[in-house]
Design a protein around this ligand. Structure first.
Ligand SMILES: Nc1ncnc2c1ncn2[C@@H]1O[C@H](COP(=O)(O)OP(=O)(O)OP(=O)(O)O)[C@@H](O)[C@H]1O
Length: 300
C-alpha cells in the first residue's frame, strides 16, 4: 500500500491555479522525486503533503493520515526540513538537535544522527558559522530527529559545490537504507537520476509523467545512435541489411547509424574487416526526456 497518496491535488493563489490536478503515489522505502522547473508547483505540492498549506481540491494521505485533519499525528511520522531562516543565528548545532528532539514522543538518538551526518565536531558551533553544506546536513538531521517514516527533502543540494552535493546524495541513500521513505524535490537532473527510484515530472502545475529515470528515458526514445568514421569508403548495404539497423546517415566524415537491440555488437561485427575510428554511442539522457515531455529545458 502507498505510504503517500496525492489524488487530484489543486492549489490556487489569488485565483491563479499553481497546482492543477496533481496525482501520484509513493511506495514505502522509495526515494520518490518531484522534478520540474522553477515555479512548476513542486514546493507547493510538498507543502500540502506536509500539511503546511491547505489544498483547494483533491485528497492527500500520508501513512493513512489527512495532513490537514491529523496534523499532530502527522508530525510524529513525517520529517520536513526547516527553512534556513527558521533557526536563530546564535543557536549551536548541539543545542538545535537537543531542542528539536524534545518535540518528539520517540526521538532518534541526536548524537548518533550528528555522527551519521558528520556534524559531531560541530556541536558547539553556532548556526551562522556553518558552511552551506553543514547547514544542509543539519537541516537533514533535524528532519530525521523524530525517527520519521517519511522524510521530505526540498532542493537539498541547491547552492552546494559538487563534492558537498555528492556527500549529501550519499547521506540520502544511507537514510533510505534505514527504512525511511523519501520525497525529494529537485530541479537537478543528475540528482534525480542518481537518487530517485521513480519521479513525477511536474510542469506548470501538472504531472507530465511518473516513471523511473530509465523508464522516462525509454518512453522518449529507445533508439540508439552510433557514430564513427571509416578509413575507406563504406557501402551502406553492409549495415542497412542488419536487422538491428534502422537508418544509416552521413554527417560530414561521420557515419551515423540508428537502430535498436544490440546495435553496437551487430555493427562492430559487420565492420570487423574495416578500419573504424572515433566510435561513439549517443544515449538519450533524462534531460532529453524532460525536453521531449515538456517541450522545454528544465533550465529555461
Ligand atoms: N504564498 C504564495 N502566494 C502566491 N503565489 C505563490 C505562493 N507560493 C508560491 N506561489 C507561486 O506559485 C507557483 C508555484 O510555486 P512553487 O514554489 O510551488 O514552485 P516550485 O516548482 O517549487 O518552484 P521553485 O523550484 O522555484 O521553488 C509560482 O508561480 C509561485 O510564484
Amino acid at each position: 500500500m502507498a505510504i503517500i497518496e496525492v489524488d487530484n491535488l489543486v492549489k490556487r493563489y489569488g485565483g491563479h491555479t499553481v497546482v492543477d490536478g496533481v496525482s501520484f503515489a509513493v511506495e514505502p522505502g522509495e526515494i520518490f522525486g518531484i522534478l520540474g522547473p522553477n515555479g512548476a508547483g513542486k514546493t507547493t505540492t510538498v507543502e500540502c503533503v506536509e500539511g503546511l498549506r491547505g489544498p483547494d481540491g483533491g485528497a492527500i494521505r500520508v501513512c493513512g493520515l489527512d495532513p490537514q485533519r491529523d496534523d499532530g499525528e502527522l508530525r510524529q511520522v513525517l520529517g520536513g526540513q526547516l527553512q534556513e531562516s527558521e533557526l536563530p543565528d546564535k543557536l549551536k548545532v548541539g543545542e538545535a538537535l537537543q531542542l528539536y528532539s524534545s518535540f518528539y514522543r520517540d526521538p532518534a538518538d541526536w548524537r548518533e544522527l550528528a555522527e551519521i551526518l558528520a556534524l559531531e565536531h560541530k556541536l558547539g558551533t553556532q548556526f551562522r558559522r556553518l558552511s552551506g553544506g553543514q547547514k544542509q546536513r543539519l537541516s537533514i538531521a533535524l528532519a530525521l530527529l523524530g525517527n520519521p517514516k517519511v522524510a521530505m527533502l526540498d532542493e537539498l543540494t541547491t547552492g552546494l559545490d559538487p563534492q558537498a552535493r555528492r556527500d549529501v546524495w550519499g547521506l540520502v541513500e544511507r537514510i533510505r537504507a534505514r527504512g525511511v521513505t523519501i520525497l525529494l524535490v529537485t530541479h537537478f537532473m543528475e540528482e534525480a537520476e542518481r537518487l530517485c527510484d521513480r519521479l513525477a515530472v511536474i510542469d506548470a502545475g501538472q504531472v507530465v509523467a511518473v516513471d523511473s529515470p530509465a523508464g522516462l528515458v525509454a518512453r522518449v526514445d529507445d533508439r540508439q545512435r552510433l557514430r564513427f568514421r571509416t578509413a575507406a569508403p563504406l557501402d551502406d548495404a553492409v549495415l542497412t541489411g542488419l536487422p538491428e539497423v534502422a537508418a544509416v546517415e552521413r554527417s560530414g566524415s561521420q557515419i551515423v547509424v540508428t537502430g535498436g537491440g544490440n546495435l553496437l555488437l551487430a555493427v562492430a561485427s559487420a565492420l570487423a574487416g574495416h578500419q573504424i575510428a572515433g566510435l561513439r554511442m549517443d544515449q538519450t539522457t533524462l534531460d532529453d526526456a524532460f525536453v521531449a515531455l515538456t517541450g522545454r529545458s528544465i533550465e529555461s
